[in-house]
Ligand binder design. Structure first.
Ligand code: ARG
Length: 266
């Protein structure tokens, strides 16, 4: 009887020790420390996310850090690439993704999105002396896009799905490189990204043209695995930040102007 008690105590205390070790980093609520979230991104899309001295920086990074803080979380942002980020969220090996990701019906079937946090549209990046004047002029041109983006989709709607003239790249910087090297006549990508590129590289003689008729309004959202409990907490935090001026502060840091928050209300 005595012997049995001794073993029982040992087993119970070992069990409790393991339990507390597991729980330590995962407890939530009640002012206790919450789990550190893993955020994945494709850091080749300045000014939203890019690498600077080995660090992932950009509007999205400042934004998601502030949202997480508001919701009571710490996080780590990791560059994994565009296609891999969707794989990670689907497989739940990451908690969320922020990567200038457009909310659309196709993606909504597999993922959950936060409320919209940024308005965007596709535009066309071309050399100054190009004869391309609208999206319709892309028809017999070679167009470089980032694979798996709304830009690719929009161009394939114009040129046809199996069209060899649509050159697809794993990130947007490679698509721009192709244009620079003369392998493409145009790049189609999110307006803010290519406008920023033109502004930062005035010597390359590129311009950006728009075509409202061909390219729709898009809204960025934070990407979560389906049924993630984080969505509700993050939506609440985003709305709070839009009201308390924190969102505007971050927006102004990156875009130098005040955001128009009414346009985010769909
Ligand atoms: N907004 C576009 C889309 O969702 C392009 C986003 C690309 N983002 C990136 N970080 N490369 O399809």
């Amino acid at each position: 009887m005595k012997k049995f008690k001794w073993w029982a105590t040992l087993i119970v205390s070992a069990f409790l020790l393991v339990l507390s070790a597991c729980g330590a980093s995962e407890t939530s609520g009640g002012g206790e420390k919450k789990k550190k979230l893993r955020v994945v991104t494709d850091a080749a899309y300045a000014p939203f996310e890019y690498q600077d001295k080995g660090e992932v920086v950009g509007f999205d990074v400042d934004f998601i850090k502030a949202v997480a803080k508001q919701a009571g979380y710490e996080l780590k942002v990791e560059h994994v690439g565009w296609d891999p980020l969707f794989v990670e969220i689907k497989g739940k090996t990451a908690d969320l993704a922020v990567s200038a990701i457009t909310i659309n019906d196709d993606r909504k079937q597999t993922y959950d999105f936060s409320v919209p946090y940024f308005l965007s549209t596709n535009k066309i990046l071309i050399p100054k002396d190009s004869d391309i004047k609208s999206a319709a002029d892309l028809k017999d041109k070679v167009v470089a896009v980032q694979n798996g983006t709304t830009g690719q989709e929009a161009v394939e709607t114009l040129l046809g799905k199996e069209n060899k003239n649509v050159k697809k790249f794993k990130d947007n910087n490679l698509a721009i490189m192709e244009l620079k090297n003369g392998g493409a006549d145009a790049v189609v990508a999110d307006n803010t990204v290519i406008e920023e590129y033109v502004k930062n590289n005035p010597n390359e003689n590129f311009i950006v043209i728009e075509d409202d008729g061909a390219f729709e309004k898009e809204f960025y959202g934070v990407l979560f695995p389906k049924e993630s409990k984080l969505k509700v907490e993050f939506d609440k935090a985003i709305k709070e930040m839009m009201e308390n001026g924190e969102y505007a502060k971050i927006y102004k840091k990156w875009f130098k102007v005040d955001p128009d928050l009414t346009e985010l209300k769909t």
